[in-house]
Ligand binder design. Structure first.
Ligand code: PHE
Length: 346
């Protein structure tokens, strides 16, 4: 640009005027971009002019510098404004004939958390607060871990109840997560507080209320001096957190070979608040887990001193809990992988 003896400030003003009109007369994005490069680019007119600052007498520098910055800012604002005008105009005149805007949109769904996983995560999180960590064990188990260590003799009817898928030798698909109790105790000394979520397998039919593969969450606490009161408080803490404050808990006597005494835990029905509905079959109570104080025979099997240690164990079916909570009428929905069902749990 010719200097014609004019001051740098005067020339900056001229750049400003020409720049503004170049930007305003741009009619599309390319022309705006051209103007940007010419005026605001790294070696554009403003940069060139500003590089002359250093040759100015000291007293002129601040004011000229400010002028340069102001011009630059104004051009940038004008440019943004022009770009949005151009975009708005393009959107307004876009052809609409090929797109029927009244059609429902195609929602995209990439992933979500499975309702059973959601329940498992929540349960683990609640028990984490009272010192439980998460452990896992193999789905293919030995019959020793699955039955014998848990005080279930192989010819015991309780083993039949768990009729399962046998593999070669003494291997089988575990029928419950309780063998993880034995594995954790064999690997660690007390104190122990673990949860073990995982899949279990039984030779059950595939119908609305049975699946041959389903999840369980096992819980185990072993220490010196654990009594039934500690057991009940831990379960109560969990129930209040998971099902809501005010939910009541009931322990019903039951039988499991690996716990003594054993109990089924019921909670007040969270759908009718205990007044009786079709979900709780009019009883007001819903069974959520099998549980009990660890049978000393199990401590003997894993080599723990059964005179010194006591503990409690429990097992829940998070799939069943998810069905109740989300009112899912058919267990197969949990395992078929049908996206139109699963995406509701986004
Ligand atoms: N393993 C038992 C079942 O599958 C549940 C259970 C676990 C009961 C731990 C008591 C203690 O039915």
């Amino acid at each position: 640009m010719a200097t014609d003896g004019r001051s740098l400030r005067e020339r900056l003003e001229e750049i400003r005027q020409r720049g503004i009109s170049a930007i305003r007369s741009a009619t599309d994005r390319d022309e705006v971009e051209q103007a940007r490069v010419e005026y605001l680019g790294r070696s554009g007119l403003i940069s060139q002019a500003m590089s002359e600052l250093r040759d100015l007498p000291v007293e002129e520098k601040p004011e000229t510098g400010q002028t340069g910055n102001r011009v630059k800012g104004e051009l940038e604002t004008t440019l943004e404004l022009r770009l949005s005008e151009i975009e708005a105009a393009a959107a307004a005149s876009a052809p609409t004939t090929s797109v029927d805007l009244t059609l429902p949109g195609r929602r995209s769904w990439r992933d979500g958390i499975h309702p059973v996983t959601r329940v498992i995560d929540e349960i683990c999180e609640i028990f984490r607060e009272i010192g439980f960590t998460v452990a896992t064990g193999p789905e293919i188990e030995s019959d020793w871990h699955n039955f014998t260590a848990l005080n279930i003799p192989l010819d015991h009817p309780a083993a039949d109840m768990h009729d399962t898928f046998y593999l070669a030798d003494d291997r089988l698909l575990r029928t419950h997560t309780s063998p993880v109790q034995a594995r954790v105790m064999l690997a660690h000394e007390p104190p122990i507080r673990v949860l073990a979520p995982g899949l279990c397998f039984r030779r059950d039919p595939w119908d609305a209320s049975h699946a041959p593969a389903f999840e369980q969450i096992e819980g185990l606490a072993v220490d010196e001096g654990i009594d039934f009161i500690e057991f009940r408080s831990a379960i109560d803490f969990f129930v209040q957190r998971f099902f809501g404050a005010g939910t009541r808990t009931r322990f019903r006597p039951s039988y499991f070979p690996f716990t003594e005494p054993s109990a089924e835990v019921d909670v007040t029905c969270f759908l009718c608040d205990g007044s009786g509905c079709s979900t709780c079959k009019g009883t007001g109570w819903i069974e959520i887990m099998g549980s009990g104080m660890v049978n000393p025979a199990v401590f003997d099997a894993v080599g723990y001193d059964s005179e010194k240690y006591t503990g409690y164990a429990f097992g829940m079916g998070p799939g069943r809990i998810a069905m109740l909570r989300y009112r899912i009428p058919d267990i197969r929905l949990l395992y078929e992988g049908d996206v139109s069902f699963l995406e509701q749990f986004g």
